[in-house]
Design a protein around this ligand. Structure first.
Ligand SMILES: Cc1cc2nc3c(=O)[nH]c(=O)nc-3n(C[C@H](O)[C@H](O)[C@H](O)COP(=O)(O)OP(=O)(O)OC[C@H]3O[C@@H](n4cnc5c(N)ncnc54)[C@H](O)[C@@H]3O)c2cc1C
Ligand code: FES
Length: 348
């Protein structure tokens, strides 16, 4: 790929080349540097940073991922932005890629459990003696034989580091979903790359009460975060809202229900499509609406939201606009589907 522009990175005072079709994030990562990112799709805002000088095409930016002040002061989403000239950028965080920090491993399938009609729990075991370091909330990528990758969050807490528990929603027509539903069996091996992601509990603002918001399998990283927190005994005031269409879609309902006796923890399950005759006596509606109903203000909260991109985007917009949540106190992983790729593009 021919280089068209150069990207100067303040702080570390490094300049990297950028190919004509590359985003800033791709160019920086290809040059051997890591900066925060997650969805790679303009939804989660993990990759937010500032362009200090030069011209840029901002690309597709989701609602409320950047405030008007941030846009005015040159902030962009580096996973979407493409340089139109040589530019200078100021990422929130940047460091040289540490090849030892991210590992590629052959993980053996230990268990496959159907937890709901379209949710599978996959338990993987890493090779003997391989302990993997990750933060609660991060994800791994399954490397498919044709070069494509699929992202899934670890549902196990980091101290259980000899394997990974994944909660996977089966998508009709999905490449990995199809393999999982039809072919994968105990004893098979999957190539994985671990860890990835910027979704983890922040130390800053440690006194702030936390709202955790999950839709569907967005429960997976939240489970990891909570079990890690319970183990460390450092529980802050946490309310978990877990939303799904029907009760059977809350595929591990007994687990967060059992946590409800823990001091400082509250669990609110919410169904958006409960049948009138199903006997559900809990909350109904959209999960982020339940948070709005329960809180007159979110000005002093931190929010960790995970799951469907539409839920994440609506929560961010409404919490900030209607309840005064600080934009810097909203952390999320949006479960965007992998961009369809040709095998050639995937292996390039
Ligand atoms: C950071 C992160 C963490 C995630 N964690 C989880 C998790 O813990 N659990 C979870 O369930 N999901 C998670 N996801 C979402 C998951 O990675 C995607 O849903 C993934 O794409 C599923 O892979 P698949 O191969 O089954 O489906 P894909 O092959 O990616 O297909 C996804 C959908 O797109 C459609 N599609 C595929 N190709 C085309 C095409 N050419 N044209 C039009 N439509 C097409 C399919 O029919 C299907 O409905 C996460 C995503 C991210 C970004
Ligand atoms: S990584 Fe750029 S918005 Fe999610």
């Amino acid at each position: 790929m021919s280089t068209t522009h150069r990207i100067h990175i303040t702080g570390i005072d490094v300049t990297v080349p950028c190919g004509e079709t590359q985003t800033v994030l791709d160019a920086v990562r290809e040059a051997g540097y890591e900066m925060p990112f997650s969805c790679n799709a303009g939804v989660c805002a993990s990759c937010k940073g500032r362009v200090v000088s030069g011209r840029i095409s901002p690309g597709a930016v989701g609602d409320h991922t950047l405030s008007a002040e941030e846009i005015a002061s040159g902030h962009v989403l580096f996973c979407q932005a493409r340089p139109l000239s040589d530019i200078t950028i100021e990422p929130r965080h940047i460091e040289k890629t540490d090849p030892a920090a991210r590992r590629r491993l052959d993980a053996k399938v230990m268990r496959i459990d159907r937890l709901a009609s379209d949710v599978v729990r996959l338990k993987l075991r890493f090779p003997a003696g391989e302990k993997v370091k990750f933060k609660a909330g991060q994800y791994l990528q399954v490397l498919l034989p044709d070069g494509q990758r699929r992202s899934f969050s670890m549902a196990n807490p980091p101290h259980q580091n000899d394997g990974a528990e994944l909660h996977i929603r089966l998508l009709e027509g999905g490449a990995f979903s199809r393999t999982l539903a039809n072919d994968l069996k105990v004893g098979d091996v999957l190539r994985v790359e671990i860890p990835h992601g910027d979704f983890f509990i922040r130390e800053e603002g440690a006194g702030a009460p936390i709202i955790m918001l999950a839709s569907g399998t967005g429960f997976a990283p939240i489970k990891s975060m909570l079990e890690d927190g319970f183990r460390q005994g450092q529980m802050r005031d946490v309310t978990l809202y877990w939303g799904a269409r029907t009760q059977k879609d809350l595929y591990l309902l007994d687990l967060p229900t059992s946590w409800a006796s823990r001091p400082g923890f509250r669990f609110v399950p919410v169904l958006s499509d409960a049948a009138p005759d199903a006997g559900w006596t809990g909350r109904t509606g959209y999960v982020h609406q339940a948070v709005l109903e329960d809180h007159a203000t979110l000005a002093s909260h931190q929010v960790y939201a995970c799951g469907a991109p539409a839920m994440v985007s609506a929560a961010r917009a409404d919490f900030i606009d209607q309840r005064g949540l600080s934009a810097n106190a909203f952390f999320c992983d949006a479960f965007v589907v992998a961009a369809p790729q040709t095998a050639a593009a995937a292996t390039a």
